[in-house]
Every structure is written in structure tokens, then in C-alpha cells.
Design a protein around this ligand. Structure first.
Ligand SMILES: Nc1ncnc2c1ncn2[C@@H]1O[C@H](COP(=O)(O)OP(=O)(O)O)[C@@H](O)[C@H]1O
Ligand SMILES: [Mg+2]
Length: 370
């Protein structure tokens, strides 16, 4: 079985330890301090949070994923779902329904687990009472048996039309939940920054920031080598370096490439950089539909800009050298294209550098010689 895990939260033996961060998050949880966890996508935020809570004796995680949330009714539904997964006694279920009554919830049953589910028509108008009721329930559960509430991809709350009102309600309740620790996690830097650092935001200075960066390289390399050793495979240091560089040092992408290396090599094989192209081709074969879909969405000029980024890197996309490599005549056109590509979530800015959200898409553009 392939020992490399990606595209999912990792824990236990699949979690390469992050002792310093784990300790500080644990300490904050113990003292009931709210924190916000920031870091790039697939860097390991969710895994770190869930693994840490798992190691806090007697605490349970109440996990609410706000990814791509669009309406406040949807937020209530996700919160209700997280609450249900906790306690399923009928009395409790009725309380949730009562809180949500203005949102006209409908009840169903999960065909796999048989547990009750709640769904809400997102078109129904949101009322603050529903959210207040659900937040009160968090505290009553916590009083019975301690929990840690995790709002993941919290920046997506800004998608809601009435986000200011929702943030004010959340803040209004949370500030009185002294003993209940909240963790807000997010990957879009500027949005998370705004929520917690803009004096006009109700969340201004309401939580302590924690930054999640790459895993310690030596520790992660040993972790990966041990996984390869499970299939009596060995890997050269140069190959490992190349994998990290192709995957932009992002743990999720490093693991994806290692998984593809595993799938394209055999038991007891010692492999080197020479094996990397075959692994990349396997990834391309699995993901090319998505890449082609991106190409349909963008203009000729945006594609030129992407190819320039793939070939020249994104540190100075308005330089003469970049313009020549991408075949674009005006720096202003590059700027406009980059803004659009950022909006489409194809590239992102990291410390003044433009990077591909998916580094394998970058490799594919080069491979295809577009
Ligand atoms: N501590 C870790 N040890 C090993 N792999 C990790 C670790 N953290 C993250 N990863 C890799 O990254 C992927 C994404 O992790 P995740 O926690 O979902 O990141 P994020 O929440 O930042 O997007 C995982 O599936 C795994 O491949
Ligand atoms: Mg996550």
C-alpha cells in the first residue's frame, strides 16, 4: 500500500512531528486563549490543529469547515452539522432544530451512518437568532465535556453578504466564552490579516496569530525516507532535493510527488532523479483535465503570463527579462493578467513573489512547451 498521504488531514504515524508549534498551540488551548492559524494551502494547518487537539487530554475538537461558504444559512447549517456529530441524543437534536426554526431546516438521514442530518435552503433569509442559538449550544456542550472549536478556512466568511453582522455576532458571543478555546485557521493571508488586524473589524486583536511554515527539512526528509523504506525503496539525496524544489517545499505536494514515485517504481528499487519524470507524468495523467479546464478559462495573454512565470519564476514579473520571455510588451498588461490569475486562484502572492497554487500545473506547462 502506498504510504504517502496527500489531499487529506494526516495524523498519527502519517504526521511528521512539529514539536514547537504543537507545544505552543497546546499551551494556548490549555489557557483558553483564542488563536488564529495562518499558512499557505497544503502546508499542514488542519492536520496540525487536529493532531494537537487529539493530544490534549480530555478535549474534543468541534470542527467547522467554512471552505467556499456562500450564505449565512449555509454557515448555520455547517455549525449545526458539527454540533450534531457531537451529541445525537434526541433532546439535543430538538434544541438545534428550535434554534434553526426560522431557517426552516429539513431533516434527513445519512444513508451510510444512519445519523440524522440537517439541511437548510440557502435562499432562506438568515436571522441572527439562529446563529446565537447555535453558539450558545457550543458553550453548553463545552460545560459538559470540554471542546475546542475550530473554524477552518475562516477567511471565507468574508464571502457572506452580511459578513460584518455575522462577525459581530460571533465576536459578541465568543468574548464571553472565556474557558472555551477557539481556533480560526485560514490560508488567504491578506483576508485573514484584515479580519484580525483591521481596527474596523469586530475581530480586531481578538486572537493570537500562529504562523505555520514548511516542515523542518531534515525531519521531513527522514520521515519520507522511512516511508520509502517500508517498500525497501531507497532514494538519493539529489532526488529528494529535486522533489522538494518541484513541489515548492509544500508538504502536501511533496507527499503527492513521493506517492507518484512510489507508484512508478518497484520493491527494493533505489531511485534517483531519473525516476522523477515518470512520476510527474503519472500526476499529469491524473490532473490534466483540471489543467485543460484552466486553459479554457483564461485569455491568450494570461496564458503567456503563466508560461513566463513557469519559466522565469515570479519574483520580478514586470522586468524586461520577464516581458521578453513571455512575449508580452507592456508591464501593465502583466499586472492586469496577474490580478486576474490571482482572482481565478491559479496563482498567489507570497512575500512579493507570484507562485503557482498547484506547482504541478507549472511543471505541466513546461512539459507541454506551451
Ligand atoms: N505534519 C505533516 N506531516 C506529514 N505530511 C503533512 C504534514 N502536514 C501536512 N502534510 C501534508 O500536507 C497535506 C495537506 O495537509 P493539511 O493539514 O490539509 O494542510 P492545510 O490545512 O494547510 O491545507 C497532507 O495531506 C499531507 O500530505
Ligand atoms: Mg486545511
Amino acid at each position: 500500500m502506498n504510504p504517502f498521504k496527500y489531499g487529506q488531514v494526516v495524523n498519527g504515524n502519517d504526521f511528521c512531528p512539529r514539536p514547537a508549534l504543537t507545544k505552543s498551540i497546546k499551551d494556548f488551548i490549555k489557557s483558553g486563549q483564542n488563536i488564529y492559524v495562518q499558512g499557505e494551502r497544503r502546508i499542514g494547518k488542519t492536520s496540525l490543529i487536529i493532531e494537537t487537539i487529539h493530544h490534549c487530554r480530555s478535549k474534543r475538537a468541534c470542527y467547522v469547515d467554512l471552505l467556499e461558504i456562500k450564505t449565512t444559512a449555509g454557515l448555520c447549517q455547517r455549525l449545526a452539522k458539527a454540533l450534531i456529530s457531537f451529541e445525537q441524543q434526541s433532546g439535543f437534536f430538538e434544541k438545534i432544530l428550535k434554534s434553526l426554526s426560522q431557517l426552516k431546516p429539513s431533516i434527513g438521514f445519512d444513508t451510510l451512518t444512519g445519523s440524522p442530518t440537517i439541511s437548510i435552503d440557502p435562499a432562506i433569509k438568515f436571522t441572527p437568532d439562529s446563529l446565537n442559538g447555535l453558539l450558545d449550544m457550543l458553550l453548553s456542550i463545552h460545560k459538559k465535556k470540554p471542546i475546542v472549536v475550530v473554524f477552518d478556512e475562516f477567511q471565507d466568511i468574508l464571502n457572506l453578504r452580511e459578513f460584518k453582522e455575522v462577525l459581530a455576532i460571533l465576536r459578541g458571543k465568543i468574548q464571553f466564552h472565556n474557558s472555551l478555546p477557539y481556533i480560526f485557521s485560514g490560508s488567504i493571508r491578506n483576508k485573514m490579516y484584515d479580519i484580525f488586524n483591521n481596527p474596523e473589524s469586530s475581530f480586531f486583536k481578538s486572537a493570537i496569530p500562529i504562523y505555520v511554515s514548511e516542515l523542518d527539512t531534515q525531519c521531513f526528509v527522514n520521515f519520507l525516507k522511512n516511508k520509502f523504506a517500508l517498500g525497501k525503496r531507497t532514494i538519493t539525496d539529489t532526488a529528494i532535493d529535486k522533489i522538494f524544489s518541484i513541489a515548492d517545499n509544500i508538504p502536501g505536494d511533496v507527499q503527492q510527488l513521493c506517492a507518484a514515485m512510489w507508484d512508478t517504481t518497484s520493491y527494493k528499487e533505489r531511485f534517483s532523479e531519473k525516476n522523477i519524470p515518470a512520476a510527474l507524468k503519472l500526476i499529469f495523467a491524473r490532473e490534466s483535465k483540471g489543467y485543460e479546464h484552466i486553459l479554457v478559462q483564461i485569455t491568450e495573454l494570461q496564458l503567456k503570463c503563466l508560461v513566463g512565470l513557469a519559466k522565469k519564476g515570479g519574483k520580478s514579473p514586470q522586468s524586461e527579462e520577464f516581458l521578453i520571455a513571455s512575449g508580452i510588451s507592456l508591464p501593465a498588461s502583466v499586472k492586469k493578467a496577474l490580478n486576474r490569475l490571482e482572482q481565478l486562484k491559479i496563482v498567489y502572492r507570497y512575500e512579493k513573489e507570484y507562485k503557482f497554487i498547484n506547482p504541478f500545473f507549472k511543471s505541466w506547462l513546461i512539459f507541454k512547451n506551451l
